[in-house]
Ligand binder design. Sequence first.
Ligand code: ATR
Length: 294
Amino acid sequence: HLYNFRQIGPHTKVFGVISKPVSHSKSPKLYNEVFKSVGFDGVYAHLLVDDIQKFFQTYSSLDFAGFSVGIPHKEAALKCCDEVDPVAKSIGAINCIIRRPADGKLFGFNTDYVGAISAIEEGLKGSHNNSGKNTTSGSALAGRLFVVIGAGGASKALAYGAKQRGARLVIANRTYDRARELADIVGGDALSLDDLPDIPPEDGMILANTTSIGMQPKVDDTPISKHALRSYSLVFDAIYTPRVTRLLREAAECGVTVVSGLEMFIGQAYEQFEKFTGLPAPKELFRKVMENHS
Ligand code: ATR
């Protein structure tokens, strides 16, 4: 993916995305292109990992400078770090690990939450149903009912972020007990995914899918039937492959504002870039590279 191993020198910093599946990840393309554009001596690879704890037990001989963490390792990754950022600790999941060069210690962060929430707030600014929902907290999310589909690591980050912005939470998950557990931690109601269409409609509701339902190659799957989407003001999907999932396509057909996972991806990626390189992130470059590749 756009790096040439012959260009790797003794000072080249090596990064990778730990995930399973991993081949869908656009991170290697993105970081390698941005590293090259800004003249940073680094490469970034796909790392297909089954068991993240085993990976870290054996990886120490490999001189990685940092990692992105994806499905399904975001929670288990927490246990692999020597130190974890307090926000990531409350979320209970990380998506970014930096290795301190001096002593090799691993530091875990969560950049998903910032990327996702700001993308949704941006989307609400353009939404026709934004009136009366801005409160003293200043967030367009304050007071709204925020429905999260899924109860994994990405869901935790989003639920935590939405709650912090003053939203009221509902967690809907295939396994009800996991929804209940997350709702109890963050503060909210829990539902089984089958009951999702029965939420009584109210003004300004937001729906956020954080599961892999609808991700390539199963692009015909969707977590909720189209008719139930009309109750929402905004629908967000954390998936970015494909860029427009069936969920987002059907929501747009119902006249609902949609926010693609690409926005979340770009938001979290430039946060990670700054942590990886210590350089300010060239935000417009990230968008340009992603738009060329999606
Ligand atoms: P991540 O940490 O990246 O969020 P995860 O912890 O594996 O990944 O969580 C995946 C989420 O997607 C879970 O909420 C999972 O539901 P369960 O708790 O019931 O396992 C949900 N999920 C994945 N595939 C699904 C499917 N085909 N149908 C319904 N939910 C699914």
